[in-house]
Design a protein around this ligand. Structure first.
Ligand code: NAP
Length: 435
């Protein structure tokens, strides 16, 4: 239990939300010992919640806490709005209103930023205020600031992340225990690692929000969320995990932004076979990691806790401190390394144009020459095969696993639709891209 003492005066914060992250942030701000001395210049001025009489882990004077969030964002005394309520509305409207009132923003809200980047940053640039979002991707992992500052001379080629802890936890357990998705999901829900409605996590939507943000920063263009290709992990089975392992891979939900040439940027989320020796293959449990590849730096990887009160509060509080420092040094001249400097949208290549390797598993009737027929169909569409393995039987059906070389996705899909029409093919239960 943390009690607020004598409030210092300085930069005034209006904090919206006193849930997991809001509480963690208030705890950090109120416990300055051993932290940066600039913290003493931050004043928790107002805090907005939905339910006033809810028991709280932090005790704040009643006069600070309100359920009138609009009154906070329009209060002329407030310098910085820290938006930690989550969801799209009223978060978006409150952020925009605060910007119009000349307030700087710190937010952990990937849903709002990924959907309304254009609207929010256009308004912020016009109003001359900062929007800081370190906590919106990777929880406590510093990745936004490195992309904006430490790596900003690099030509970024690729950003690949494990950015959703829930799905990484589920896939890690499926792999370790040989369990199926539904069993592990139910257990993860009972342990609090997955939401009662797991859609945003397991269908890849949360990861899509995050890679849209990372791609915007890495490739200097706003991203339309609807251009981000997205597949979740529901179709990952224990059978595929076992085959992947035999072939030297682990299956991870990857969020990928990749510049293939000067014009073609792909931004996507999908389960992926990752070679066992790849640095992302060993990121397990709820941990997140983001691998950035640029010229001249080469590869650099950020790893850590992607969620949780303390980790996320670390990112939120450091954004607050960075703003305080900026406002002290040069309140009138925005730091160009912190503002959003690009205004146009990036052109995203359609998924059919992607060049990648594929893993596909076929269930076939046990007829002679099936493998030859598969090879012929693939050959007709320029899909060359790296390996074809008849792995065993499921009842009467033979199981064949194919791994391709790098192929154009559109060609691979056409070959598959021809293969599906073959008499010898019962079904194609799974299909994954290979890193
Ligand atoms: P949370 O625990 O659900 O807390 C939300 C807080 O916002 C609560 O205090 C709630 O008030 C308040 N609130 C929500 N809607 C409101 C409304 N319409 N009017 C007034 N108050 C409202 O959420 P959280 O986990 O802290 O997440 C906050 C943000 O951080 C989200 O954008 C999330 O995506 C992001 N984030 C979270 C984590 C994490 O580990 N939790 C990690 C990274 C990023 P009451 O307390 O009165 O209900």
């Amino acid at each position: 239990m943390v009690e607020i003492g004598a409030l210092s005066v300085g930069i005034k914060l209006g904090i919206l939300g006193l849930g997991t992250v809001g509480t963690g942030t208030v705890e950090v701000l109120l416990d300055g010992a051993g932290r940066h001395p600039l913290l003493s210049e931050v004043e928790i001025y107002r805090v907005g919640v939905r339910t006033l009489d809810k028991p709280r882990q932090v005790q704040l004077p009643d006069r600070l806490v309100t359920n009138d969030l609009e009154a906070i964002v329009t209060d002329p005394q407030v310098d910085i709005i820290v938006e930690l309520i989550g969801g799209v509305e009223p978060a978006r409207s409150l952020i925009l209103q605060a910007i119009q009132c000349g307030k700087h923003i710190v937010t952990a809200n990937k849903a709002v930023i990924s959907r309304f980047w254009d609207e929010i940053f256009t308004a912020a640039n016009k109003a001359g205020v900062y929007v800081m979002l370190e906590a919106a991707v990777g929880g406590g992992i510093p990745v936004i600031r490195p992309l904006k500052q430490s790596l900003n001379v690099n030509r970024i080629k690729t950003v690949i992340g494990i950015v959703n802890g829930t799905t990484n936890y589920i896939l890690t357990r499926m792999q370790r225990e040989g369990s199926n998705f539904d069993e592990v999901l139910a257990d993860a829900q009972s342990l609090g690692y997955a939401e009662a409605d797991p859609t945003a996590d397991v269908d890849g939507l949360d990861a899509a929000d995050k890679i849209a943000i990372l791609a915007s920063l890495a490739f200097d263009g706003r991203i339309k969320l609807e251009d981000v290709y997205c597949e979740g992990i529901r179709q990952v089975s224990k059978t595929d995990i076992a085959y992947a392992e035999k072939l030297g891979f682990v299956i991870k939900l990857l969020a990928i932004a990749k510049q293939d040439n000067d014009t073609s940027l792909s931004v996507r989320v999908h389960p992926t076979l990752v070679p066992r020796e790849h640095p992302l293959a060993n990121i397990n449990g709820v941990y997140n990691a983001i691998l950035v590849e640029g010229e001249p730096i080469g590869q650099v990887m950020f790893f850590g806790a992607g969620a949780g009160a303390g980790a996320t509060a670390s990112a939120v509080s450091s954004d607050i401190l960075n703003l305080v420092a900026e406002l002290k040094i040069s309140p009138q001249n925005p730091n160009p390394l912190l503002t959003c400097r690009f205004h146009s949208f990036s052109k995203i290549a359609p998924i059919e144009e992607l060049f990648t390797r594929f893993y596909a598993r076929f269930l076939t009737r046990d007829q002679p020459g099936v493998i030859g027929k598969l090879g012929t169909c693939f050959g007709e569409y320029d899909v060359s095969l790296e390996s074809v393995v008849q792995t065993g039987f499921q009842g009467e059906l033979a199981e064949i696993v194919v791994v391709t070389h790098n192929v154009r996705e559109g060609d691979f899909r056409q070959a598959l639709s021809q293969i599906e029409s073959l008499d010898a093919i019962d079904s194609i239960p799974s299909l994954f891209r290979v890193l």
